[in-house]
Design a protein around this ligand. Structure first.
Ligand code: SF4
Length: 403
């Protein structure tokens, strides 16, 4: 199984459908309107965040220029904290590694992860006979809708309150009145997922950052679901793409904070640090792994084109991306199409580069022709990913003007 590639024609059909879909457009407009202004307010009130972003950018450049070294370093550090590291060259390898750890017939709770989406992990594990539940509210709803995430940090941006009510009723038989408000909908989802958390055998998360020097996984969130996914089941599997590695623990923390701030979520409600499985040495100072949290922590590092891209003069710039999704909110094309434009997994300005790296140039080059070249995405990126230059280069590949 691999990501369903879409042709340019299919992508255009999807985009046109989205443009003509009143409900989709209404949901998107409301989401964009509610997000507007949030980002600037945060940066005005906390100017030190810009310094933090600059520090993260420098650290990311350092890692990209020596990516294989930092992958090795992270793998060694993970072993030292008793986590089990794996390296997957491809999406297929990553899925197989996770499937081998899990087996069949298990209950799995997921916390939203773009790389899990990229390697189609949820579908694969379901096909193997596991019961899989996404626990991020937005991601939970789009799974019910059979949709793809329409924004990196706000996957259900296109779904209205009425649509959410309809999905919960139709797909799960949850009784909600027509006029149920947001609080009631969120409460119903919370109640439904409580039982899944309690019986889950495995929790699968992504990672906002991974510290190469300590093997610490950093996860930032507002919902509290990541705490439960990574803390309650006996086994935690983190699937992390290799560009999330940062040289040290403090800068890995900074990367997660910057991601949250540029996603409009500052201060984040929770900042989770996971350095290996839970443990205690309270009985005769003998260290025992597996206390109240997971007994096992497995970390699957996913390459899927990134190691090669790190050596590329243009695409290496995309690896600086921390996937905050700020560029998407700012892009006039994305404001109309959401992630229907950009590729089957990643969308908008950042989508083009990620699609080129993880799927191939051709998949991204055709789609890049829809970019207006206005450069608004460049202006808002916290780590100065040269988004419009990458897209311009992809256009050149499409028209044959590039090298
Ligand atoms: S340069 Fe292209 S991708 Fe960037 S904001 Fe403008 S239209 Fe969007």
């Amino acid at each position: 199984m691999s990501v369903k590639r879409i042709t340019y024609k299919e992508a255009l059909e999807e985009i046109c459908k989205g443009l003509g879909d009143e409900e989709f457009q209404r949901g998107l407009r409301t989401g964009v309107r509610n997000a507007e202004g949030k980002f600037l307010k945060i940066l005005d009130a906390h100017p030190e965040l810009r310094e933090l972003a600059s520090m993260v950018e420098d650290a990311k450049k350092k890692v990209i220029s020596n990516l294989e070294h930092y992958i090795d370093m992270a793998m060694e550090s993970l072993k030292k904290v008793h986590a089990k590291p794996y390296f997957a060259h491809t999406a297929e390898e990553a899925r197989e590694i996770v499937a081998k750890i899990i087996g069949r017939g298990k209950t799995i709770v997921f916390s939203k992860s773009m790389v899990a989406e990229e390697i189609q992990l949820q579908h694969y594990l379901e096909e193997l006979g596991n019961e899989v539940w996404e626990t991020d509210t937005g991601e939970f709803l789009i799974r019910l809708a059979g949709s793809k995430p329409m924004h990196t940090t706000a996957p259900a941006i296109h779904l209205s309150r009425q649509k959410a009510i309809e999905l919960l009723r139709k797909k799960l038989g949850i009784k909600l009145p027509d006029n149920a408000m947001h609080e009631e909908i969120v409460g119903a989802i919370r109640k439904f997922l409580r039982e899944k958390f309690a019986k889950a055998d495995i929790g699968i998360s992504g990672g906002n950052a991974l510290a190469a020097d300590t093997g610490s996984i950093i996860l930032v969130e507002n919902e509290g679901n990541i705490r439960l996914v990574t803390g309650y089941p006996p086994v935690h599997i983190a699937v992390i793409s290799v560009e999330k590695i940062l040289p040290t623990f403090p800068v890995a923390l900074a990367a997660a904070i910057v991601q949250a701030a540029w996603a409009g979520l500052y201060p984040p409600t929770y900042l989770n640090v996971i350095s290996g499985p839970s443990s205690t040495s309270d009985i005769e100072r003998k260290r025992v792994y597996g206390a109240h949290g997971p007994q096992e922590v497995h970390v699957v590092l996913v390459d899927n084109g990134r190691v090669e891209a790190a050596k590329h003069p243009v695409l290496s710039g995309q690896l600086k991306c921390i996937k905050c999704g700020r560029c998407q909110w700012e892009c006039p094309v994305w404001q109309q199409t959401a992630n229907l434009w950009g590729g089957p997994v990643y969308g908008g300005p950042m989508g083009m580069g990620w699609t080129a790296i993880t799927l191939g140039l051709r998949d991204a080059a055709e789609l890049s022709m829809l970019c207006l070249g206005c450069g608004r995405c460049d202006e808002v990126c916290p780590v100065h990913v040269p988004l419009s230059s990458i897209i311009h280069w992809l256009k050149q590949q499409y028209t044959g003007e590039g090298e």
